[in-house]
Design a protein. Sequence first.
Length: 89
Amino acid sequence: MPTTRPRHVITETDDIAAALDDAARRWPEDRDNRRRLLLHLVEEGHAVARARNDQWLAQRHAAIDRNRGALPGVYEDGYLEKLREDWPE
């Protein structure tokens, strides 16, 4: 089918074949369509990657929240303005 979108070619190595065989058990309705199984795996992998990224981001925000206000009084009022006075414009 004509397209202006990039196409990707994947060689069915032993590992890819095993993943597709496992996918055929997960999606039996597509067991005879390796292309469709590959798309299922990409979609599932993307969902897992997004969930892990969301989890990492939540942990990072929680760490920031836990440490917020941990150094009261360390920087006097106007500290940033004084620091920036030496910066070139």
